[in-house]
Design a protein around this ligand. Structure first.
Ligand code: NAP
Length: 356
């Protein structure tokens, strides 16, 4: 089954609520829902942010704006969530803070991520919503080092792992809290999608932390890269998996890793970009720090602690469950990286050196 074909039973949904629609994943997700004819309500944090959502879905080519409605709610407060879920059959809870630079206090991420997820699920349960699909992350799966580096949905990151970045901690604590809530209270179905690094076409100038890596490479801001391998998945395939997790009977109570294929390194990503965009060849990174150099640099650069802790291991992340249970077929990861770059250039967000 092709990645973009309608999911069987798509007509089984009523109003679908999407949180995080002003973001990268959320924008693509809303566009796909509209294109498939779903009545879609989105939450924005403040009134007036509707125009941001519209700009994203238009860039994604959605043509059914008449199906779009809005609610105002912030993950950090109770206000607005009861109204947001009123009359909704399914919730796609995508929103979570994902800053480019880590905060001073980890609670700035943990509290909205964990308590916000509980606000959304609890309000949804009270309103009689059938199923919540929550966007978690590989950060909640594979950041506690294990000898074989093979990861499936059975794995969990230990939130007490030494040096675990605040974002990763926020994702694992939020996902745990969501499962615990549903187990303790019942009355609502939960399915979880755990994407690795999400890349693919961008929809506007505000770039998710993942996509920012490609921009930094293309603009010469990353002359040297850490020795680090990671999984890549296309944002359009992440969206597709959310829809399958929303509608497939067997998805309830399950988490699904979203990974497009074998892990790649920062340098591998740069090499694919160099072959595709010769004009950027000189600015793209061409060397990587050794594990020893990374450990040294991480003493003064917190952003490198994650990479240094992983020590150059190559995670083997399985997408067998999403493929077999939900018939999910992700794109090739190199194509995804190149599509990211092409969209950044196409939207004028990057001008590779040497290009007129
Ligand atoms: P993004 O572009 O930064 O979008 C994040 C979204 O969350 C935005 O709509 C943002 O709203 C919303 N949000 C943040 N804090 C909020 C709060 N306190 N109340 C309400 N909304 C809030 O990031 P993304 O890449 O689309 O990420 C979407 C989801 O995918 C997140 O759950 C993220 O953890 C997960 N994920 C992302 C990746 C990746 O590589 N990008 C990988 C794995 C998982 P504002 O516009 O108002 O800030």
């Amino acid at each position: 089954m092709a990645a973009e074909t309608p999911v069987p039973g798509a007509s089984g949904a009523g109003i679908v609520l999407v949180t995080g629609a002003t973001g990268y994943v959320g924008g693509h997700l809303v566009a796909r829902l509209l294109s498939e004819g779903h009545r879609t309500r989105v939450t924005v944090r403040e009134p007036g942010r509707e125009t941001e959502v519209l700009a994203l879905v238009r860039q994604a080519g959605a043509d059914r704006e008449d199906l779009l409605e809005y609610a105002v709610a912030d993950l950090s407060a109770d206000t607005g969530w009861a109204a947001a879920v009123d009359g909704v059959s399914h919730v796609l809870h995508v929103a979570s803070p994902f800053p480019v630079t880590p905060p001073e206090n980890e609670d700035e991420l943990i509290l909205p991520a964990r308590d916000g997820a509980l606000r959304v699920i609890s309000a949804a349960r009270t309103a009689g919503v059938r199923r919540v699909v929550m966007t978690s992350s590989f950060a909640a799966v594979g950041y506690t080092v294990k000898p074989d580096a093979q990861y499936s949905e059975e794995d969990w990151t230990d939130p007490d792992t030494e040096g675990l970045p605040a974002y990763h901690k926020s994702k694992v604590l939020a996902e745990r809290a969501a499962w615990d809530f549903v187990e303790a209270n019942g009355g609502i179905e939960l399915a979880v999608v755990n994407p690795v690094g999400i890349f693919g076409p961008v929809l506007g100038p505000r770039l998710a932390a993942s996509v920012n890596i490609v921009r930094s490479m293309l603009t010469g801001r990353m002359p040297v890269v850490p020795l680090m391998y990671f999984g890549v998945v296309d944002v359009r395939d992440v969206v597709d998996l959310h829809l399958r997790a929303m509608l497939h009977p067997k998805a309830a109570g399950e988490r699904f890793l979203a990974v497009g294929g074998p892990s790649i390194s920062f340098l591998g990503m740069a090499e694919a970009l160099r072959a595709h965009l010769p004009a950027a060849a000189d600015v793209l990174p061409s060397s990587e720090l050794t594990v020893e150099e990374m450990r040294e640099a991480a003493k003064t650069e917190p952003a490198l602690r994650d990479a240094a802790g992983l020590g150059g291991r190559v995670p083997v992340i399985s997408n067998a469950k999403a493929r077999s249970v939900l018939d999910w077929e992700p794109r090739d990861v190199t194509r995804t990286v190149l599509d990211t770059a092409d969209s950044l250039i196409g939207l004028g967000l990057v001008t590779p050196v040497g290009k007129p």
